[in-house]
Design a protein. Structure first.
Length: 539
């Protein structure tokens, strides 16, 4: 072992993680990250680390809902491992029931005695092989969803049906969820179905993708619908209304939607129309390419990371449009669908549509995305990964009694300390790289990251996307503060394709990484193809 290696791979004492010792970082170049804990910025909304679950393929049925009589360990029909892991990462919210499914969903179908609930059409049915999960059984409805939220400690975020429902159906759902006991017949009905106390749902999505499966509207048409939905809504809890936002992964970023929607709201004379959240969707969309989740080369690795970080420009572009209509920015982003979307080919099975293999590449993509979200904490109220289990950018895969965390799960675990902490300016001094893409080449930050502070603890997360070189990185505090202690965790693997399978569920997992502290500086070597989280105790 070289002196350098001894110096930098000294195992740090990090509880609950394995020691990172098997990988050899190439020490190519030095980087410096300057952080200023004396100038904390906005609070990072914990809801940025949120979730999305839809009645689609194996997400709800099998993934989450195994049924009360199942032999699979469960709590009231909910998969026990899933509940435990969401608790472990402090899942702040769950968005449900869709997705495209939401605009065909009638909430009344999912209440009452399960055996008597109707079997109904599911938007995704045409994509499913006949049989399992195709027809909607409605076994999982609002009471089962709320039970999941309570067990996890997550806030519910409901997507209302604008595409095929109506304002009255929406208002009744709000009343059913939130009216105090004994006040309305709908509150009595809720009590008769097992929940006397109101659910107190605050987050309400007014439709989903209303430019597509949610109604094929223009931004202006949707503005008219939106006004109808919110003007008579019962307000037992002050609602946080989320309007459908743009299809951010369109070639032009779909700026026309945002213009059309906000311009459409201007036609209301004298009445303020409240828009609390604006639901930007951004998929790192490779559906039209040969790229799949499992098999890729160096070009595919970089292409996905490069396209992923385009979300920062999309956030900036739409924020600038919103500023013209709402200069004080009452409306913030709810990025309620984000993640990688490859062409098919790596599904868990034919009826697990939209599931795909999740590798180390997806874990790095999630890290770079979260660092962008953190850096835009002033603009973002919430974000929801699409989707939490058995789907696109999932944290978990489960079929029957088989279950595993994917590499992306660990990104959520590493980033947990950022939730609710205050953003801290971090200046990374390290050159960009030129990387090959599927076609041509592009520039990519050599290191990217974000920093936050809570009490006297600084958290710095950094991604090194390079497939070649590790980077010796000095993290220096400006403003005269000194460091008492540093701990670091790393997520990496020698193979860029590494994934966790039911047979080898721990192939990709967290490990401790050595750090050295001296005065105002901590030094850590960030291995190639890795995410590192450093926790610094300020003296
Ligand atoms: O996450 C899968 C689908 O992607 C959602 O149902 C829809 O909203 C989006 O197009």
């Amino acid at each position: 072992m070289t002196a350098d290696r001894r110096r930098f791979l000294q195992t740090a004492a990090v509880a609950g993680v394995a020691s990172f010792a098997g990988l050899r970082p190439l020490l190519a170049a030095d980087a410096e990250i300057e952080v200023d804990p004396s100038a904390p910025g906005p609070r990072i909304s914990p809801h940025i680390y949120g979730h999305f679950i839809e009645h689609l393929g194996g997400v709800i049925y099998d993934g989450i809902w195994v049924g009360r009589d199942s032999k699979i360990p469960n709590v009231g029909g909910l998969r026990q491992h899933f509940v435990d892991d969401l608790k472990r990462i402090g899942a702040p919210n769950l968005r449900w029931p869709g997705g495209c499914f939401a605009d065909g969903y009638h909430w009344r179908d999912g209440i009452g005695t399960p055996a008597r609930r109707p079997r109904t059409y599911n938007y995704w049915e045409h994509r499913m092989p006949p049989g399992r999960h195709a027809t909607e059984s409605n076994a999982f409805g609002i009471h089962e969803f709320m039970s999941l939220c309570r067990l996890v400690g997550a806030e519910p975020y409901l997507a209302a049906n604008v595409g095929s429902g109506g304002p009255q159906e929406f208002h009744d759902w709000v009343s059913y969820c939130n009216a105090p006991p004994g006040t309305l017949s709908l509150a009595d009905e809720r009590a008769a179905n097992g929940d006397k106390e109101p659910f107190n749902v605050k987050y309400w999505g007014v439709g989903n993708e209303s430019w597509g499966c949610g109604g094929n509207m223009t931004g202006g048409e949707y503005a008219t619908e939106y006004r109808k939905y919110i003007s008579q809504v019962p307000t037992y809890v002050r609602p946080f209304f989320v309007a459908t936002g743009p299809r951010g992964h369109s070639a032009d970023g779909d700026v026309g939607w945002t213009e059309g929607f906000f311009a459409g709201l201007q036609n209301v004379r004298g009445l303020g129309v409240r828009v609390d959240g604006f639901a930007l969707h951004y998929y790192t969309d490779f559906r039209q390419t040969a790229e799949d989740g499992a098999r890729f080369d160096e070009k595919g690795w970089y292409a996905v990371l490069h396209k992923g970080i385009r979300i920062e420009k999309i956030i900036d572009d739409h924020w600038a449009i919103m500023a013209r209509y709402d200069p004080e920015h009452h409306t913030r982003f709810v990025i309620d669908e984000w993640g990688n979307w490859y062409r098919g080919g790596t599904e868990l099975g034919p009826d697990y549509i939209l599931s795909q293999t999740i590798t180390l590449r997806d874990a790095l993509h999630a890290a770079m995305t979260f660092d962008i979200f953190n850096r835009h904490a002033d603009k973002i109220e919430m974000a929801n990964v699409a989707q939490t289990i058995n789907c696109l950018h999932s944290l978990f895969a489960a079929t029957g009694d088989r279950y595993t965390r994917t590499p992306a799960y660990y990104t959520f675990e590493m980033y947990r300390p950022h939730m609710g902490a205050r953003l801290v300016p971090a200046r990374i001094r390290f050159p960009e790289m030129t990387v090959p893409l599927l076609e041509g080449s592009a520039r990519l930050p050599g290191l990217s990251g974000s920093a936050s502070v809570r009490e006297r603890v600084l958290t710095i997360t950094v991604t090194n996307p390079s497939l070649q070189d590790g980077v010796v990185t000095r993290i220096r505090l400006s403003g005269g503060a000194l460091l008492r202690e540093a701990r670091a965790t790393v997520l990496t693997h020698p193979d860029m394709h590494a994934t966790n399978t039911f047979e080898k569920p721990n192939e990709v997992a967290l490990a401790a990484l050595a750090t050295q502290v001296s005065g105002d500086t901590a030094t850590v070597t960030i291995p190639k193809q890795s995410v590192v989280a450093v926790s610094l105790q300020i003296a």
